[in-house]
Design a protein around this ligand. Structure first.
Ligand SMILES: Cc1cc2nc3c(=O)[nH]c(=O)nc-3n(C[C@H](O)[C@H](O)[C@H](O)COP(=O)(O)OP(=O)(O)OC[C@H]3O[C@@H](n4cnc5c(N)ncnc54)[C@H](O)[C@@H]3O)c2cc1C
Length: 379
């Protein structure tokens, strides 16, 4: 079968790019070795956000762009993405002073611009203590509140795939791509006994991208650093709304109640992985670490035991690094285009759940595929 484009990887980015290309009139096939959304796109913190903590490292452009994507997703999928208040309790022992976090949430509002209809601010400690009885009061100096987007990552990815399918994309899950060959005319992708051909190949395999490039001999200018993150789950709601928490060593983590599933999610950790992505597992020490850190915020009667943890999962963040530069660890994305005659290979490095829309548009632009509107205007 011949397509205009073949996309490897049915995570949020692969599904989004496929939809964008289909909307621009391309015939697209998406291949995944697992299930739609079964990779990193179902192991995230489920936030549609600019990332308050990235302001500390001055990644203003990235935060502003992600906040614009947040706005777009709230409009596109209101049943899957909603704004929630996030509370930031600050204690005498907290590593960041109140003024610093206050500046952060105000800057966060400002970067969202006129799109930001929610205003952050201070909450009285009394009101907070009444509404959050499981959270300790001793040493509480101030409570801040800001707003951010919340979703369900796998459901969102599946919905994006559904929309892409409705626009004509074909999806094949649980396939083993055995071989990829390319010349000036295009690509031949072998799956079992079948060979699919196309002019464009998009490698959107998230944290697997380097392994995939090496396996099929595809060129790339970047590489990823694999940083895993664990979340733990407990039954019931530990708080009515999400909490932005800090460890003594300044790491940020979240406690996120999910009333629709009657559970609370806590995470995440950060560990650089050196081995293969498929070998990454939840470590007992990471579960214990999260229990310890969250217990520092809970009142005596509500502290968690190991037996309270109903589930734990680990995902691998695909962070972009320029080849040879191990220090370049931003969560921004890079599109890496390689051309051979008529054939185009596009590698997708990085990208958050939140930014898939702008990444997908930029991917189609990079491939030189015009929107149908542009084509019509030119005609
Ligand atoms: C712990 C954690 C928390 C996060 N929290 C957030 C958050 O709150 N908000 C946010 O916006 N982002 C968050 N992220 C980032 C976000 O989840 C990811 O960046 C994003 O989901 C990556 O999507 P992707 O499509 O690039 O990759 P993936 O979702 O991993 O998709 C890649 C796909 O490629 C497939 N694949 C691999 N090898 C092959 C092959 N050989 N052939 C065919 N298919 C193959 C895999 O099966 C997989 O389905 C978080 C990430 C982690 C790890």
């Amino acid at each position: 079968m011949t397509y205009d484009a073949i996309v490897l990887g049915a995570g949020i980015n692969g599904c989004g790019i496929a939809g964008e290309l289909a909307e621009r009139g391309q015939r697209v096939l998406v291949l995944d070795k697992g299930e739609i959304g079964g990779g990193t796109s179902s192991k995230s913190s489920r936030l549609i956000h600019g990332g308050l903590r990235y302001l500390e490292t001055m990644q203003f452009g990235m935060v502003r762009e992600a906040l614009a994507d947040r706005f777009a997703l709230l409009g596109r999928y209101p049943e899957l993405v909603s704004m929630r208040p996030f509370y930031v309790p600050i204690y005498r022992t907290s590593p960041r002073p109140v003024w610093r976090l206050w500046t952060g949430i105000k800057l966060y509002d400002a970067l969202a611009g006129r799109r930001n209809v929610y205003r952050s601010g201070k909450v009285s400690r009394k009101r907070f203590a009444r509404a959050f009885p499981a959270i300790k009061r001793e040493g509480l100096r101030a409570v801040l509140r800001y707003y951010d987007g919340k979703t369900h990552d796998r459901a969102l990815t599946q919905r994006v795939a559904e929309d892409s399918r409705a626009m004509g994309c074909a999806f094949c899950e649980r396939v083993d791509v055995r071989h990829v060959a390319w010349d000036e005319r295009g690509f031949a992708v072998s799956v079992g006994d079948e060979i699919f051909t196309s002019r464009i190949l998009v490698n959107a395999t998230g944290p697997w991208i380097d392994e995939v490039a090496a396996r099929y001999g595809l060129p790339s200018r970047f590489q990823i650093r694999k940083v895993s993150g664990v979340h733990i789950f407990v039954d019931g709601l530990l708080s009515p709304d999400p909490l932005f928490l800090q460890t003594a060593s300044k790491r940020v983590f979240f406690l996120i109640p999910e009333p629709e599933r009657d559970q609370t999610m806590i995470g995440t950790t950060e560990r650089e992985e050196r081995g293969r992505v498929d070998g990454v597992r939840v470590r007992e020490s990471e579960v214990d670490y999260l229990i310890r850190e969250v217990n520092a915020y809970l009142t005596a009667g509500r502290r968690l035991q190991r037996a309270d943890i109903t589930d734990a999962c680990v995902g691998v963040r695909p962070l972009v690094a320029r080849k040879g530069d191990a220090t370049d660890l931003s969560r921004e994305w890079e599109l890496d285009l390689h051309t051979r005659g008529n054939a185009q290979l596009l590698n997708v490095f990085g990208g958050k759940l939140t930014t898939y829309l702008s990444l997908s548009r930029r991917a189609a632009d990079t491939l030189g595929i015009e929107t149908m509107m542009r084509v019509a205007l030119r005609a």
